[in-house]
Design a protein around this ligand. Sequence first.
Ligand code: AMP
Length: 192
Amino acid sequence: MRIVLLGPPGSGKGTQAALLVKLLGVPHISTGALLRDAAYRGTELGLKAKALSDKGELVPDSDMAGILEERLSQQDVVNGFILDGYPRNLTQAETLTAVLDRLKLPVEEAILIDIDAEQIIQRIAKRAQKEGRTDDTEETVRNRLRVYTEQTEPVADYYKERGLLTRVLGDGTVDEIFQRIRSILSLGTVSA
Ligand code: AMP
């Protein structure tokens, strides 16, 4: 199954992606995690990405295209994948479509986790404490939400126009949200 997970920062995309990966046995491709790993290794791109993400800004599309293509060139993607954090704008959506068309592995489902801003700010504050993420201060969170509204929200329409989008209510427990996603994917309702 080839799935794109969409949703604002703090919507629980990463958590749901991890659960889906466990269930489906496909790779979890998180561009945020790839960038954090590059920053940890101290690469030039990793350090540049960290400076941008600490301000809540996006990393340039050209850099992201390189990261995406490199990851999608790995053999494990032929069995499917959960893509989390990409595409973040319409240019990236077009890039993704082009790369996956070339590989003959088009997106099959785009799932948008719908949640309101106030709930997000509370969730992100909790996650910042738990994971020690430096891009989770309140100012950064507000900027990330603004960037999401302006640049990433149109991506939902991009997939809607292609008949691939399903919205999932993002409130409730992790397990409740996961059950909603499972039912969209016709994976039954057994507990995770
Ligand atoms: P995430 O873990 O997906 O919330 O990503 C953390 C940060 O990495 C984001 O706030 C961006 O600065 C950067 N990032 C991750 N994915 C992308 C992307 N597809 N395009 C641009 N920047 C990204």
